[in-house]
Structure formats: C-alpha cells, structure tokens
Design a protein around this ligand. Structure first.
Ligand SMILES: Cc1cc2nc3c(=O)[nH]c(=O)nc-3n(C[C@H](O)[C@H](O)[C@H](O)COP(=O)(O)O)c2cc1C
Length: 291
C-alpha cells in the first residue's frame, strides 16, 4: 500500500466492471492515495475481496460498523465506480440503507468531493428517475460523469462488451482536478488526445484554466489542423507578441503534460500547429466551453 495520508474511498456497486476495480486502486495508489474499498452488499459477488484487501492493505467494507467498533478514517474524496442505476437513484433520494449509501448521504454536507461514474444501459439511462437523479446530484455539487465525452450508456445486453473500456482513469482525473492531488502523468506518460475517452473532458478543464489569448491561439490552430502558423502571424491574430505566444503555448503544454498527455501544440519548422488527430478534441472542448 502506498499513500500520502489522503484517503480515497472507492465505492463499488454491483455492475459489470466491478471485478476490475483493482485497476482504479492501482492508478489511485500511483497518484499517492490511500485507498479504502467500500462495496455495496450486492457488489460482494462481483469482486475479489481477498485480492482487494491485499492490494489496499485495508478490509473491504460493506456493512455499517458495530457501535463499539472504532471509527474508520474519514474520506478526503469519494469515487463511486461502477455506479449502478439503483445506487445512483437512491443516493439522489437520500436513502441510506447500505453502508455505501450512508457514506454518500453525508458526503455533500461534509464537503467531501464525490465523483460518480455510472455503468448503465440505455434502457435504464432513459428513465425519468435516473435522469432526475443525475440532475439532482449535480445540483448538490456531485460530479456525475455521464454524457458525451464521459460515460455513455450502452445498448441493453451490450454491457459485457464495454467492461474493458470502462474509463476508470477519468474518475481519477476529475478527483485530481477537484482535490489538487495531481494525477500522476507517469501512469500514462504518452497519452494521445485522440485515443482516450476522457480527453475531451480534460481538454475542457485544461482550456478553462487559460485566458482569452491562449484560447484564441488554440481556436486559430485547431481550425486549420496540421497547418504551421509562425509566431508573428499567430501573435497578430490574437493581439500578442511572439514572446507572449511562446509563453502561452508553453503553459498550455505544461498542463497537457501534467495530465499525462502529449503536447497539444507542437512547433515544427515554420511555426506552431495542432496535429489533425488532436485538433478535433480541442475544437470540441472549445465548443463545449462556448456553449
Ligand atoms: C450480472 C449482473 C450485471 C449487472 N449489471 C448492472 C449494470 O451494469 N448496471 C446496473 O445499474 N445494474 C446492473 N445489475 C443490477 C444490479 O446488480 C442491481 O440493480 C443491484 O440491486 C444493484 O445493487 P447496488 O446498487 O447496491 O450495488 C447487474 C446485475 C447482475 C446480476
């Protein structure tokens, strides 16, 4: 078990990807978190409890403690993944009839950041109770990673095909953003912007960090994928000196690197450019921000 003393609770529900939750544990430990697994009682059938206890060095918890048992350490952050239709709906309604839901019931009131990453099919996701639950939780400040660029519902009976691509890393990246515990780029040192389901979300977060001028540089370059634009021309278009352009590009790329991604903007021969495979991610993120 590694750890900085900051405790991440990973709440695992009874859905297909639950058996792979050890992947999230590994990534979180690489980022310096001490991980506490909490399983819903139904999820116990989906996970390898002894393997997870060995990996985390802590008991997997699924029931409320006895009043005489010592209090476990408080969570600094909580990820619910995979989050079921059942647990999401109950969390939104304030039901606390499992230990997992009891933790979630208090978390927003205690100011503990919560990221919920669902795994549901489109039949469940289309239901009014589910859509309302997502909205209610977001209104309370819970980060529900559901929708384009995040987890998207699969057709009924197709869940098994989606287990391997379940984006565990995305939940952790969002927790890293919220808590300031840096996402460890070493875990994914050369991530390409066109090959990760969380790239658009991260590009949006990254671009939001920057002021108007760097954003206009990204808009100009992503509108002409692969076309090199020299610093003077780029600067004239955004009211900046070539030095300011260079500095803005350098800061954008430092953030990309901190997320474990290759640079967004590269310099080749005549000037700056955004690779065609990256440009559409940038353009999508800019459009998302402008909406
Ligand atoms: C093999 C299997 C796979 C399941 N997959 C899902 C799923 O992907 N998403 C979901 O919301 N429920 C799924 N369910 C149903 C949940 O397990 C069920 O709603 C359960 O009550 C959820 O309990 P929990 O939310 O306390 O973990 C699955 C059930 C089984 C037996």
């Amino acid at each position: 078990m590694t750890g900085t003393g900051r405790v991440l609770y990973v709440i695992v529900c009874a859905a297909g990807p639950a058996g792979d939750v050890g992947k999230l544990v590994t990534m979180a430990q690489d980022d310096g978190w001490t991980v506490q697994i909490v399983a819903t009682p139904n999820a116990l059938d989906f996970i390898d409890v002894p393997a997870l206890e060995k990996q985390t060095g802590r008991p997997v918890r699924s029931r409320y403690r006895k009043p005489s048992d010592p209090k476990p350490p408080r969570a600094d952050a909580i990820i619910v993944a995979p989050a079921t239709y059942n647990t999401i709906n109950k969390f939104a309604q304030g039901i606390a009839d499992t230990y997992a839901l009891g933790l979630l019931a208090e978390a927003p009131g205690l100011g503990i950041p919560v990221v919920v990453q669902p795994f549901v099919n489109s039949a469940l996701a289309s239901r009014t109770p589910f859509r309302r639950a997502v909205e209610t939780l977001r209104d309370e400040g819970v980060h529900v990673l559901f929708g384009p660029g995040q987890f998207e519902a699969h057709p009924p009976s197709a869940g098994a095909d989606r287990v391997d691509s379940y984006p565990w890393h995305q939940a952790l990246s969002v927790i890293a953003q919220i808590t300031g515990v840096p996402d460890n780029p070493a875990a994914n040192p050369i991530r390409r912007w066109d090959q990760h389901t969380d790239a658009r979300t991260l590009a949006t977060i990254l671009i939001k960090k920057h002021e108007t001028m760097p954003r206009r540089i990204l808009a100009r370059l992503s509108a002409a994928p692969g076309e090199a634009v020299d610093a003077d021309t780029l600067g004239r278009g955004v009211n900046a000196t070539p030095e300011q352009v260079a500095e803005a590009v350098s800061r954008i790329n430092s953030h990309a690197e901190a997320f474990g991604f290759i640079p967004l903007v590269t310099f080749e021969g005549a000037g700056y450019l955004i690779d065609p495979s990256t440009a559409h991610v940038v353009a999508d993120a800019l459009a998302q921000i402008d909406r």
